[in-house]
Design a binder for this molecule. Structure first.
Ligand SMILES: [Zn+2]
Length: 68
């Protein structure tokens, strides 16, 4: 007996959480954290970064964005 499963490439599961999350490196926790209250900011040198706080210790965490 054979069971054949056909997987459709169009199959999608809906994402419940659509809030954009960014990960950054917290220097205090010394690990990657999910940035809380993340905001995209533009720096003086015209580069963009995400600024927020570490959910564990409250330290300001920056995450530089590669593409402008
Ligand atoms: Zn931290």
């Amino acid at each position: 007996m054979r069971n054949v499963f056909i997987l459709h490439s169009s199959m999608k599961y809906s994402e419940v959480n659509k809030v954009e999350t960014y990960e950054g490196f917290c220097v205090k926790c010394r690990k990657k954290v999910t940035i809380k209250d993340a905001k995209v900011v533009t720096l003086k040198n015209n580069r963009k970064a995400v600024k927020g706080v570490c959910p564990h210790c409250g330290t300001t965490v920056y995450r530089f964005l590669g593409k402008a």
